[in-house]
Design a protein around this ligand. Sequence first.
Ligand code: ADP
Ligand code: GN1
Ligand code: MG
Length: 366
Amino acid sequence: MEKSNLDIVKAALERFQISGEIVEIRPFGNGHINDTFRIVSNEQGVGKTAYVLQTINSLIFRKPAHVMSNIEKVINHLKKKITDPRGTLEIIPTDDGKTFFMDEYGNYWRMYRFIEDAICIETLENTEDFYECGVAFGKFQHDLSDFPAEELIEVLPDFHNTAKRYENFLKAVKEDKVGRAERAKEEIDFIMKRADFYSLLAKAHSEGKLPLRVSHNDTKTNNAMLDKATHKALCVIDLDTIMPGFSVTDFGDAIRSGATTAAEDEKDISKVDFRLDMFSAFAEGFLTGTGGQLENSEIMLMPEGAKMMTIECGMRFLTDFLEGDTYFKTKYPDHNLVRCRTQLKLVLEMEQNFDKMKEIVLKFCK
Ligand code: ADP
Ligand code: GN1
Ligand code: MG
């Protein structure tokens, strides 16, 4: 971290209700959206306490106050049900008792207590861990089933409206702002060939098969925390996108990130395969976590949810590639194209295994 940046972080820290001497400040995690730091303070007689300090990406979340209002309400609701301090995120207030503040450079800062002795897994290897991620995300949806959805502000409208995402994608292809479309011809064709699919979930909703539920909307594996020693589910983090949504999009986004043999940005596409055993394990964990609240019509649409979230994510990576990498954090020029390719490979293999996915979820119906 450059000194000037470090000074900005240090100045931000002064604004939060923490005590003791700061003994550690370091960039942390692999999120694509926010800037995250791990902070440790040491207080005489108390010892060390760790925190997570984040800037909220205000290019994406145009009204950080709305994001924090949602998060605060949801955490307060969860706290009524969960006594384990590692069972939910906890906001550290600012010196004036707020949930965030804006510094002189326009950065929006917030702080959480660091969830200790926990892991979040970027690329999962075994079905047991993915089952536990399923329990964490399913339980989250269950714990919020009695939350008054009308109190939530839709911070990113149409976030999982895949048909709308497809329109944006077509616009990006047409405009080809940075002259990259020629290089992504194959991927563009792949996405266009499936145009009829993108309104399937919205249609199921209008037919009464998919109720709106308070959802997490960003259920990738590294947003679920497991206990370091036992690998049991602890809680879910990254609550920026809590909004009404579908159970099957929370399910599907986790499948796209976890039911795979390789990282989201694996360059060697031959290493990327869809894992049916992982699909089954997560389905079982998720349905255990949701505690039987899902309708059979939702359970039966879980394979479609998985394919939808995977192709939507591929489409989003490609749109960002075509627009010049303005949304997701990237480490090199083709990063978004590489990410898009892994997602499309997974989609293809999901299509090849679709009957098997349907058989698996049928077994979970009531
Ligand atoms: P992004 O929206 O950029 O993904 P996250 O809120 O998911 O931001 O944070 C990025 C990473 O930081 C997470 O994947 C996780 O590794 C870590 N992290 C975030 N909050 C906590 C927390 N309270 N305790 C421990 N680790 C955390
Ligand atoms: C982003 O914030 P993070 O890294 O958990 C994105 C998700 C994508 C994901 C792809 C707010 O998730 O929607 O599925 O990257 N979050 C937002 O890895 O756009
Ligand atoms: Mg995250």
